[in-house]
Design a protein around this ligand. Structure first.
Ligand code: KG4
Ligand code: ZN
Length: 338
């Protein structure tokens, strides 16, 4: 049995998790409320909050797991992509602890980890990970990708966003409606009471399996401007319908491309991952596609969709098996394609 400590600090969540092989022992995430007032993540504030949180978060993760640090076999940390000031905190901490304990240090790609969140086993719950090859739609605040997964560590990006990420499209529209950051979960909540067909948004055009969300965001802005000029209460009167219609437009794009990827590759094993995969509309729409097209679908538990360290630890486990270890020169990378 391999005991891995995972450390995540790429954006505004400080995470630590302990896994026994691919089985979860503990998963702790400290969010950062400080960004709410600014409508987005403020990198300098995120970095400072990681510094305050990292020691207690790791401490609680080890305690919850019932594992002493001397029992750890390796430490996996998020090398990138992400905010440099945030990444540096996790990287420095992971390097120092691995050195002190004299155990291997493992570099993890955050986007690869989102995909591998589908392989985390939770004790007492059924475990059916996807079989290879499968397609994963990874949708987060910083990325939107369709990934062909041939093996745990062999992945190929088939398509990605050419401008905004899906999560960004949610968050920016939420900001236009003066909802606090991050707006994705709030749009999801209000959309449940709204009419998804009341407002129509033009379908974005991006070639092949790529995405584009900036046009959608702009048409949302123009709608709000035009309508608010006539009725200053427009947003508050139609908030639920605006959320439902906008969310519907995003989900339609995501699923159209996922269908195309499945058609082109002939693969019917379909997974989703990343913060936006917590969206209830997307989860339901995916279930409908599964019935219609005979897909086997895989959706991580909510706590493994948004940023977390369990996904870093599980990726670390598969890298541990092939002895893919980092040396003392290991350093974070804000841009880090896989
Ligand atoms: O993966 P994640 O936690 O962090 C990044 O790596 O970016 O994703 C965060 C993104 C944010 O844009 C947030 O608004 C979005 O995921 N998000 C959601 C939902 N929950 C989180 N978007 C739509 N519906 C949700 N329920
Ligand atoms: Zn993420």
């Amino acid at each position: 049995m391999v005991k891995i400590l995972g450390i995540e600090s790429s954006c505004d969540d400080t995470g630590a998790a302990v896994l026994n092989n691919h089985t979860l022992l503990s998963n702790v995430v400290a969010g950062q409320q400080v960004h709410k007032a600014y409508g987005g993540v403020v990198p300098e504030l995120a970095s400072r909050a990681h510094q305050q949180n990292i020691v207690p978060v790791v401490d609680v993760a080890l305690k919850n797991a019932g594992v002493a640090k001397q029992e750890l076999d390796a430490i996996a940390y998020t090398k990138g992509p992400g905010l440099m000031g945030s990444l540096l905190v996790g990287a420095s901490f992971a390097k120092a602890l691995a050195l002190a304990l004299d155990i291997p240090l493992i570099e993890v790609n955050h986007m690869q980890a989102h995909v591998l969140a589908n392989f985390i086993e939770t004790p007492g719950e059924s475990y059916h990970p996807p079989s290879f090859p499968f397609i994963c739609l990874t949708v987060s605040g910083g990325h939107t990708q369709i990934v062909l997964v041939n093996d745990h560590l062999k992945m190929e990006v088939l398509g990605q966003t050419l401008d905004d990420a899906a999560g960004e499209a949610f968050d920016k529209a939420a900001k236009m409606m003066e909802l606090p950051y991050p707006g994705g979960p709030l749009i999801d909540k209000f959309a449940k009471q709204g009419d998804p067909h009341l407002f129509e948004f033009p379908a974005p055009h991006a070639p092949g399996l790529n995405f584009s969300f900036s046009g959608l965001k702009t048409s949302f802005l123009y709608l709000l401007r035009a309508q608010t000029a006539m009725d200053s209460m427009f947003v508050s009167k139609f908030r639920n319908d605006l959320c439902a219609s906008y969310q519907y437009a995003i989900i339609r794009v995501l699923l159209d491309k996922l269908c195309l990827a499945s058609e082109q590759t002939g693969i019917k094993e379909i997974a989703i991952a990343g913060g936006v995969s917590a969206n209830s509309g997307l989860r339901n729409a995916l279930k409908e596609c599964a019935l219609r097209y005979g897909w086997n679908i895989y959706i991580p538990k909510m706590e493994f969709c948004t940023d977390n360290a369990a996904m870093i630890a599980v990726t670390g486990y598969y890298k541990y098996l092939v002895k893919d270890f980092a040396d003392a020169s290991s350093a974070p990378a804000a841009r880090y394609p896989f």
